[in-house]
Design a protein around this ligand. Structure first.
Ligand code: GLP
Length: 251
């Protein structure tokens, strides 16, 4: 099988985000017209912000309803309560859920505040709930400079499912300013695995800026390897990278 990753290059993140949001809106509306729901996997980080802003605009200005949407977030830091500004629960509510009509009971994020001995069962239940909802119709992704999708750091192979992971030093370095220093960054997180993500019917990864150019090249044109979790997407039947020009500059 010839492996080739599909990617599209845009002048600006806003243009890319608009196109991706239109695809998502179309999926929501076509399912709603059939009286059905749709299941999205969602991501955090600075990257999806223009995409979430466009979804909010579509809701407020064009009447797009999220009433038939169920969401599962990719990951969550361990140890941060919901009200912590760096928790992904806070991020998602602040940047998307509080501004649209998604039903709170349809929102799912890994729980970051469990006792260590409760985490394995929680991860298994998260996987089971995704399956019980019919699987992920579309997974939204960013990419970390380690090549991580979710928090699947180097060494995460394509058999991995939702679990607790240790964060890579480069990931903690990138997160350090938001936490006021490297040592304040949580050491672990709960993340969907590579297999969980690969199980989505469609995968759409966004990456912007020169800082992402070398890892984007490895993910798209490098070998498929657990050293770069995003490289497994080369084997996905419907994965597309949405890039701006600087992120695509090494391709
Ligand atoms: C975090 C998240 C990832 C995200 C990545 C990139 O580590 N767990 O899901 O893709 O960072 O973040 P940013 O979009 O801010 O570059």
């Amino acid at each position: 099988m010839e492996l080739a990753m599909n990617y599209e290059v845009f002048d600006t993140p806003q243009e890319a985000a608009k196109k991706l949001a239109a695809e998502v809106a179309q999926l929501i509306r076509s399912r709603a017209a059939e009286g059905k729901g749709v299941v999205f996997g969602l991501a955090t980080g600075a990257t999806p912000l223009p995409f979430y802003a466009e979804l909010i605009r579509l809701h407020k200005e064009e009447g797009l309803s999220f009433a038939n949407v169920t969401s599962f977030n990719l990951d969550e830091y361990t140890g941060l309560p919901h009200e912590h500004k760096e928790s992904y629960w806070y991020f998602m509510h602040h940047n998307l859920f509080d501004h649209i009509d998604i039903k709170p009971e349809n929102v799912n994020l890994p729980c970051g505040t469990l006792a260590p001995d409760e985490i394995p069962a929680h991860c298994a239940a998260y996987e089971a709930k995704i399956k019980a909802c019919g699987g992920l119709d579309l997974q939204i992704l960013g990419i970390g400079r380690t090549g991580h999708i979710g928090f699947n750091e180097p060494g995460s192979d394509d058999k991995t499912i939702t679990r607790q992971v240790t964060l890579d030093d480069l990931t903690k370095t990138d997160a350090a300013p938001a936490f006021g220093g490297f040592d304040n960054v949580p050491k672990t997180a709960i993340t969907m695995g590579v297999a969980t993500i690969m199980g989505a019917k469609k995968v759409r990864l966004m990456a912007w800026g020169e800082k992402k150019a070398s890892i984007v090249k490895k993910a798209i044109q490098g070998p498929v390897t657990a050293d770069v979790a995003a490289s497994f997407l080369q084997k996905h039947p419907d994965a597309v990278f949405f890039l701006d020009k600087p992120a695509a500059s090494e391709l």
